[in-house]
Design a binder for this molecule. Structure first.
Ligand code: SF4
Length: 204
């Protein structure tokens, strides 16, 4: 049961969230999510990227998003249609900054994930998606045991205890390295095939 009457009210409160900064994290408090309450499919990513600073930030608005939307185009949705129809959010909603030890973005800490979790729970309660695409390890861990390897969950799909169909996908920003292995590529192909079938069966 969400404590917010509708998604617009949730978004207004979310925009003012400073939980991580108040807990001492050097984070840019700019939550980035998109979509309507009527969305039947929800994407859950890890956290927004540097593109969160664009004039009108959108989830998956950067390079990794370009790759994700190439995958969705193969399923049968243009980026425009996908963004219009579906809800896109993340495990943590604000850009966590760059990781000084790598070329990528910092992975949100366990504490940040815990601080942000009530927002995701409220989004799920309001939207009640039929299909959820957890994208990347952090989001997949919400639905699958963390001890499972990525290759063991990509290409799988399941109905969870709330009747939602879960179709995990690898994070597109990590895809290049992951896809050096042909068997990983085959798992993604299977995931996209399952998604295409669901699109047709559920008329998504
Ligand atoms: S990441 Fe989540 S909990 Fe942290 S400040 Fe942003 S919206 Fe709030």
């Amino acid at each position: 049961m969400s404590t917010y009457p509708d998604i617009e009210t949730l978004h207004k409160h979310l925009a003012q969230c400073r939980r991580c900064a108040e807990a001492g994290f050097r984070i840019e408090s700019t939550p980035v999510v998109s979509g309507k309450q009527s969305a039947r499919l929800m994407v859950i990513g890890q956290a927004p990227g540097i593109d969160a600073f664009a004039p009108n930030p959108r989830p998956f608005g950067g390079d990794s998003g370009a790759r994700l939307f190439r995958w969705m185009a193969r399923v049968g949705w243009s980026e425009e249609e996908f963004r219009e129809k579906f809800y896109i959010t993340a495990v943590t909603k604000c850009f966590p900054g760059s990781d000084p030890k790598s070329n990528g973005d910092r992975v949100p800490t366990v504490t940040e994930r815990r601080l942000c979790r009530p927002w995701l729970d409220a989004e799920l309660a309001l939207i009640q998606p039929e299909v959820i695409l957890p994208v990347g390890r952090l989001a997949i861990n919400l639905f699958y045991p963390p001890k499972l390897k990525l290759i063991e969950v990509i290409g799988d799909h399941k109905v969870d205890e709330q009747g939602r169909i879960i179709v995990p996908l690898p994070h597109p920003s990590g895809a290049s390295r992951w896809f050096n292995e042909p068997r990983n590529v085959a798992r993604l192909e299977l995931a996209l095939y399952r998604l295409k079938l669901l699109k047709e069966q559920l008329d998504l």
